[in-house]
Design a protein around this ligand. Structure first.
Ligand code: UD1
Length: 347
């Protein structure tokens, strides 16, 4: 079968790496299309290099811009490639603008869509991702869910067909790539379990300057490594926001380095979706700088806590949050990618 895979943002490179390998191992033809949503080397190329993802056949080089303009550029480019390549399937991941652009372009041309990481919901429509994931789910033929909660969400929205629970491809990727060596700790003078890791990039915490300031203020004096997303760095520069003592800002890190930083941190503070799960995989307590999460199991099992940008809650979690309960394998067995390929073949 012939697949067109659409990726564009950092977490999609991670997810696509393992599924691509499974597809190619089964001798399927895969055409990779990069929308160019993430384009800096540190946000894109380093991921392709470290995970040995084949270079994309198409790169639309759309770049950053207002949402309507960005998605329009993506739609136009993806539609053209779909018409030229005539794939049997369109494969999309997660919930970024590139995900929905790929799905919309394919749906209008009646190309069936397989959505990996379907059914996740935050129930917060102010998040651009919530809109992207809902719409993508409703026009997909195959919906690959990482968790039972995701399946339940789809059913509540009246989606019953094509749903499969396969586990999480991010678990497949984390198991594989955490085996690779990196000197990221040494390079930044970090000792295992002696530092906190921070990532912040959501509009709710960056475009809202007060939230960003509150988060930084709450962390004053802690030993923190902070690989910063360009969005956050740009906002800090524009609005002259200074970092307090103790927070070490570094450029975005590659996937292997990121896994090592999460694994060795005493706690992770993040507003990322995927990193909440990575913390769970490695048994690192996670403090989520959001009001809600799609990964509700990590909360239910006691390994994740929601603080939003509330400084008191953040300080309390940094000082006192100490989960010690079981961490059952709730995200599959590390073979989600193979299952996905098998299910598509059987469909
Ligand atoms: C996007 C996804 C988000 C995901 C994140 C992972 C959407 C709506 N959001 O958010 O779900 O968690 O990727 O990183 O799709 N920029 C650069 N260089 C780059 C990329 C971005 O400088 O290579 C800057 C630009 O100023 C840009 C801003 O970051 O405007 C935001 O980038 P964008 O891709 O719109 O959203 P992310 O915050 O990265």
């Amino acid at each position: 079968m012939k697949f067109l895979t659409v990726v564009g943002a950092r977490p999609q490179f991670v997810k696509a790496s393992v599924v691509s390998r499974a597809l190619r191992a089964r001798k399927h033809e895969e055409i990779l299309l990069h929308t160019g949503q993430h384009y800096d080397d540190t946000m894109s190329k380093v991921f392709f290099d470290i995970m040995k993802i084949p270079p994309p056949e198409y790169n639309l080089e759309v770049g950053s811009g207002p949402h309507g303009w960005q998605k329009a550029q993506m739609l136009e480019g993806i539609e053209k490639v779909l018409l030229d390549e005539k794939p049997d399937w369109l494969l999309v991941y997660g919930d970024t603008n590139s995900t929905l652009a790929g799905a919309l372009a394919a749906a209008k041309l009646h190309v069936p869509i397989a959505h990996v990481e379907a059914g996740l919901r935050s129930f917060n429509l102010a998040m651009p991702e919530e809109i992207n994931r809902k719409l993508t789910d409703h026009i997909s033929s195959l919906l690959f869910c990482p968790t039972q909660a995701a399946i339940d969400n789809l059913k509540k929205e009246g989606i019953y067909q094509g749903i499969h629970i396969v586990g999480d491809v991010m678990y497949d990727a984390a198991l594989e790539y955490s085996q690779l060596e990196t000197d990221i700790l040494e390079r930044n003078d970090l000792e295992s379990k002696d530092y906190l890791m921070l990532t912040v990039h959501r509009p709710s915490n960056t475009d809202n300057t007060q939230n960003l300031k509150n988060i930084f203020a709450a962390l004053e004096g802690q030993n923190i490594i902070f690989p910063a997303h360009p969005r956050t760095v740009n906002i800090m520069k524009d609005r002259s926001i200074q970092l307090p003592e103790g927070i070490q800002l570094i450029k975005p890190v590659n996937y292997v380095e990121s896994l090592a930083l999460v694994k060795n941190a005493s706690k992770l503070l993040t507003d990322s979706g995927g990193m909440q799960k990575e913390a769970y995989f490695f048994g690192t307590p996670c403090i989520t700088l959001r009001e809600e999460t799609e990964w509700v199991e990590t909360i239910d099992l006691g390994w994740n806590v929601l603080t939003g940008a509330n400084p008191e809650k953040i300080k309390d979690a940094v000082a006192n949050f100490a989960p010690s309960g079981e961490r059952p394998e709730i995200y599959g067995d590390g073979k989600a990618s193979q299952q996905i390929v098998q299910i598509i073949e059987e469909f």
